[in-house]
Design a protein around this ligand. Structure first.
Ligand code: BGC
Length: 852
């Protein structure tokens, strides 16, 4: 049971994990026992990556796997989307991240007996992902069938310091008897995704899960070169349709005090080095494998192979120890800027750091690429970039490693030409960003829950503005950011329209859009969209004004580049001021959209667990008919645009929407946690936080095998810093109004604003600020301003942690309310649920049905 569904009052950290197998440790994720039962999940949890290259936590022997996975950010294949029924402007180009040649395979044979983890007689086993070192280590003590005990220690690291490099080590020590050993280290391209050991390792559940990647089930990578000698082997490819190119090279070194021989083979789809030796008991054979990947949209594979050689040469010259040192130094820097500490709870601390580590692994060395929904840990969602990056991931980087945020935002800038074309295709001015994409083209085939999410434009603008305000990087604003702000503002000004309201003048409306909640689509005046569009229009005007006042030369360039006119800017401001923000007087809430409150309310309390998540059990039309949310929508607006809502409105809106929010998207709970904390539902805030924190670690949505829920990992940081930490950044002053959970003695986090890093420690009775770097800044604690300098820490007493409302909002509080038209709000369910109508047979079942 998810924590959010547990009885109220129970706010203790749920013991989701088997602590014998995964003991609590503040810096390391430790596994003490091997299991074949949850391979998919552990492959995700123990994945290593650097934002460019990602290696799933597959076992070295390559035998048992839920899904082998090696991914390069943005390296994708394209395909024609075949719509059963075509219509003008539908997305045409499917894009799917490619599972690239696998460098992880290192097979061991002792006396010709293969080490196969799933059947091996393991006397000892441990696997550790150390988040300070960025190294995955595995230690085994294996008793071979002939009784010889063998110690095997392996290490795997994807370098944060050198984005093209991965290092693997494999140490073998025989403990009892001398014996012949062979180690076969490989690069393997599984053409058409076929596992060499079984045709389809993942049994098909029979349910079409839209969260999985579209399968690329034919050969994608056309071989372009393969070479190999005793030192190195190189493979080169080109993707058939996208024409992207890739080269991967490996080099081995051996440390062994004795004779050994090496055989090399290189073919189109694999390269291997086999090492043979005959160690005596106690003698260690150490193999070090360095791998380098280079990829491109245009450069021929042969040239990329040269780049791989140069990278390997450099690593060889520097030595392996330096690679580990650089990794550690990079991570020391990362943690010093971003660590969040929760006193006295090692289990929570471990999970918090694991979540933040995932953010680094998803984005750190993307160096101008996007952040995929699953990072580089799995193929879920096809490796696509969504609004997840701007709303859930960028706040973390903006305040801890702004260069990473800048690089990712620059990628959005580079997508502008495609976004302009897409806007034109949809009969709009300005630019419309794709809902999901890798290469800038819209890849969402289902427009109602895809392209219709016009809010992506405002989400990107929101991230640009936050980045610029937090860093003062006006150079980015004037060269890249402003173009995004202007083109998206143009889109909104054109998409919306004016409507006369009897006796009240005019209001600006936005029709036919989908908000973040994908269980209600193509609606009029979605609250989130309108509030964020208003922000977008204003921030475009304001930023232009700032350039005009402070950087007139840059301003002139922007005007010349984009042809902006004063009338246009005035129109944006007028549209923002006239934006329709709907309000329901009877319920005293903001309706999610113009028709939302008309709908029947889905009775979630009486929905059986086996009918959830709704998206896997009901046709969209069934869901769309109801007031039921996949994820926070109004509640997200209350957070992102919080300064435009009163505390009373926030509480009422939260109380209305919380009971009808399923949380079927992991983007929901973390946001509900933040607003629950703000309005006073402190127990509930914590329960939502637990669910976000453990969503992958405890596989709460039963799909962690497809990869890490990266947006949720960013949301965990936001829930800590904005939620419990009470941080708000609606304007240039950093504001604090904390909501520390009763069980936590203290919570410490760090924020960097314009070169000043401040450490914030929240305790029950005070909030303490200490400048760790930079000159200082001004903060506001519950309405009082304080200047912080390097010279002195500042401790401000707190006499409360906000209002404390126990439990959760009453799900029935609004039932029985009479709508304006005299109808009564009553919860209900589709008949298939109440009468327990059998679901239709799945495809697999149908195949086995006897002919009648
Ligand atoms: C959510 C979207 C999100 C996508 C990728 C979906 O389930 O509804 O908001 O962008 O997942 O994470």
């Amino acid at each position: 049971m998810r924590a959010a569904e547990r009885p109220s009052g129970d706010t203790s950290a749920p013991q989701y994990l088997d602590r014998l197998r995964f003991p609590a440790d503040p810096w390391r994720l430790v596994e003490t026992e091997f299991s074949k039962d949850d391979l998919g999940v552990t492959e995700t949890l123990f994945a290593v990556g650097n934002g460019y290259l990602g290696l799933r936590g597959n076992i070295e022997d390559g035998h048992d796997a839920h899904a082998h996975g090696t991914f390069i950010n943005g390296f994708h294949e394209t395909w024609d989307i075949l719509h059963a029924e075509e219509a003008y402007g539908f997305a045409r180009t499917g894009q799917t991240i490619v599972n690239v040649p696998d460098p992880k395979i290192i097979r061991l044979y002792v006396n010709d007996e293969p080490l196969l983890l799933s059947i091996a007689d393991l006397i000892e086993y441990s696997r550790v992902l150390d988040m300070r070192d960025g190294v995955l280590t595995r230690e085994l003590l294996w008793r071979t069938p002939s009784g010889n005990r063998v110690r095997i220690r392996s290490r795997r690291m994807v370098s944060f310091a050198q984005r093209h490099v991965a290092v693997m080590e494999f140490e073998v020590t025989l403990l009892d008897e001398e014996a012949p050993i062979a180690i076969s280290s490989q690069l393997l391209n599984r053409a058409a995704g076929i596992d060499e050991y079984r045709a389809n390792p993942t049994p098909n559940s029979g349910i079409n899960d839209p969260r999985k990647a579209s399968k690329l089930d034919k050969r994608v990578l056309e071989p372009r070169l393969h070479t190999g000698d005793d030192r190195r082997a190189v493979l080169g490819y080109q993707a058939e349709n996208s024409k992207m190119t890739l080269a991967v090279a490996m080099q081995h070194t051996v440390d062994f005090d004795g004779d050994f021989d090496t055989v090399c083979e290189a073919e189109e789809d694999y390269a291997k080095h086999v090492f043979r030796a005959r160690p005596r008991p106690g003698q260690t054979f150490t193999l070090t494998k360095v791998v380098s990947y280079h990829t491109s949209r245009v450069v021929p594979a042969r040239e990329l192979a040269d780049r791989c050689h140069r990278t390997l040469d450099r690593v060889e010259a520097e030595g392996i120890a330096k690679q580990y040192e650089d990794q550690r130094a990079w991570l020391d820097g990362f943690w010093s800027r971003s660590d969040v500490e929760i006193e006295g709870h090692d289990d929570v601390q471990q999970a918090v750091r694991w979540n933040m580590f995932q953010l680094a692994q998803a984005a750190a060395r993307g160096d101008g690429l996007g952040v995929a929904a699953k990072g580089l840990t799995g193929s879920g969602y096809g490796g696509h970039y969504f609004w997840d990056s701007e709303i859930y991931v960028m706040p973390f980087f903006t305040y801890t490693s702004p260069i990473i945020a800048r690089n990712a935002l620059r990628y959005r800038y580079q997508m502008l030409p495609a976004a302009r074309r897409r806007a034109a295709e949809l009969a709009q001015h300005g630019a419309l960003y794709p809902w999901r994409t890798i290469n800038g083209e819209e890849a969402s085939a289902y427009y109602a829950a895809g392209t219709a999410q016009y809010h992506i434009d405002a989400d990107i603008s929101f991230a640009v503005d936050k980045y610029v305000r937090a860093t003062g990087d006006d150079e980015f604003l004037s060269r890249n950011g402003i173009d995004i702000l202007i083109e998206t503002a143009r889109m909104w000004a054109d998409l919306g329209f004016w409507r006369k309201v009897e006796g009240k003048g005019e209001s600006f409306r936005i029709h036919g859009v989908t908000g973040p909640d994908e269980y209600t689509t193509v609606v009029n005046d979605n609250l989130y969209t309108n509030v964020m569009a208003r922000f977008n229009l204003r921030v475009a005007a304001k930023s232009l004004g700032k350039l005009r006042d402070r950087w007139p030369e840059q301003f002139e360039k922007v005007v010349a580049r984009l042809g902006v006119t004063p009338d246009e800017v005035e129109e944006w401001e007028r549209a923002a001021d006239g934006m329709a923000i709907l309000w329901d007087d009877l319920l005293g809430i903001h309706p999610q959209d113009a028709l939302f409150n008309e709908r029947e309310v889905w009775d979630l309390e009486n929905t059986p667990a086996d009918k959830r998540p709704l998206l896997l059990h009901f046709h969209p039309l069934v869901i769309y008919r109801f007031q039921v949310l996949k994820q926070a929508d109004v509640v997200l607006a209350l957070f992102l645009q919080g300064e435009h809502f009163t505390p009373e409105q926030k509480r009422k809106d939260f109380e209305y929407y919380d009971p009808i929010t399923t949380g079927d998207s992991t983007l929901s709970g973390v946001v509900q946690s933040i607003i629950a904390a703000e309005v006073g539902y402190h127990e509930l805030a914590l329960r939502y936080f637990w669910d976000g924190l453990y969503v992958d670690l405890a596989d709460l949505h039963e799909n962690a095998a497809d990869g890490v829920h990266t947006a949720s990992t960013g949301g965990v940081w936001s829930a800590l810093v904005y939620g419990f930490g009470g941080f708000r950044d609606h304007d240039d002053v950093l504001r604090f109004d904390p909501r520390l959970p009763e069980q936590w003695p203290s919570l410490t986090y760090r924020i960097t604003q314009r070169g000043t890093r401040v450490r914030v420690t929240v305790r029950q009775e005070s909030i303490l600020f200490a400048i760790e770097e930079g000159p200082g800044l001004t903060v506001d604690v519950r309405g009082e301003r304080h200047s912080l300098t390097q010279l002195q820490e500042l401790e401000v007493p707190l006499d409360h942690q906000g209002e404390r409302i126990p439990g959760a909002p009453d799900a029935q509080a609004f039932h029985g309310t009479v709508r304006a038209d005299g109808t009564v709000i009553t919860p209900s369910l589709p008949t298939s649920v109440t009468e327990d109508v059998e679901e239709p047979p799945t495809e697999t079942q149908q195949l086995h049905m006897p002919e009648s």
